[in-house]
Write a protein that binds this ligand. Sequence first.
Ligand code: PMP
Length: 402
Amino acid sequence: MTNSPELPSDVKELDEWQRALRAQFPIVTAHPDLAYLDSAATAQKPRPVLDAVQTYLTTSNANAGRGTYPWANRTTALVEQTRDLVREFLDDPAPERSAVHFTSGTTEGLRTVARDWLPNFLADGDEIVVPVADHRANIDPWTETQRLLARQGVHVRVVAMPYQQASGDYDHTALARLAGPRTRFVAVTHVHHVYGGDMNVHRIRGAVGPDAVICLDAAQSVGHLPVSVAGLDVDFVAFSGHKALALPGTGAVWARQARGPAFVPGGWSGTPNTVGIVSLAAALDWLRAAGTDRIERWTVALAARLTDGLRDLDAYEVVGCRTSLAADSPVQRRRGIVTFRHRDIRSGDLGFILFSHGFMVRCDHHCQGSAGERSESVRVSLHVHNTVEEIERLLSVLGALG
Ligand code: PMP
């Protein structure tokens, strides 16, 4: 499957680059009749990631941090090198001070911060801001900590993050009004997994002041666009390795270690997911070589095409960012996720219809928090292997449904 001549002009020069990268995804090239449009749930893996896993398991598989023979030493070194790689990948300005803890994904990363760090940081009467229309992984851990502390007589107030109704963006002005000296912890999301927008988190620091700790859910940004902790001034970043082309059961949480007590995940954690960590290193290397800036440009261009195409079809409502590519419009902040509904066809049914045409999409509530969308929707989420041809074909199938 190739890109059509209608490649958006701003990404025309990426055509060859994209074809070469797409060719590296064995599951994609083995199924030219299918279009995988669910990378926000988990991403497909390029050949070098699969090869790195195979090589590791057939040359030096051992436990890490134990044993003194070469395979064990090599495994220990791979784990430590991957920690450094995560720091570099996130553009860490002070890698000697930060911590990187490996997890199974974003959920476990956020929950580790909530369980092992937050209770040591909060005092009676403090406030935490919780993004109640974001993914439940970025809501439940914080309210669980609130309940846990309450049982110990420490009462923390949960402040619901304010949103702009039409776009699903945070309302930074309202947040600045809500935030006071007791607002000590703010949980935010980099790219919204339903609304598809970059949530402008670089503006959060200005809204909440210099002392509040900001914890970033980067599940939909790491691996899809350049993420710079230097530029964002956040304290924690949790992400899913498996959404960034590494194996299932991988992820990490990065901690700046500048505000509040040190982040020291508690307890004996046992044998690490060495194979997963090897795959994460290979995935981050691959992404760096491919260029996350170009991956972002490519997926943003496809998502903009889909958004604009849907807007021309009366039967569909786009959820979140809606307008076209006018300067500074929300669509330009739309990353590679587009969510929509049909006026008459239930989203679940639409999912079945789309699969009968070879499209794999997500159709449900997308694990959104209680302040999120009331009804189900269809989500298309893109990665670098997706093509303009896939988007055009999807639009023509959607158009034919009236
Ligand atoms: N946060 C966001 C924004 C997500 O999109 C997801 C995955 N859909 C998660 C958290 C949870 O990630 P994981 O399943 O890897 O724990």
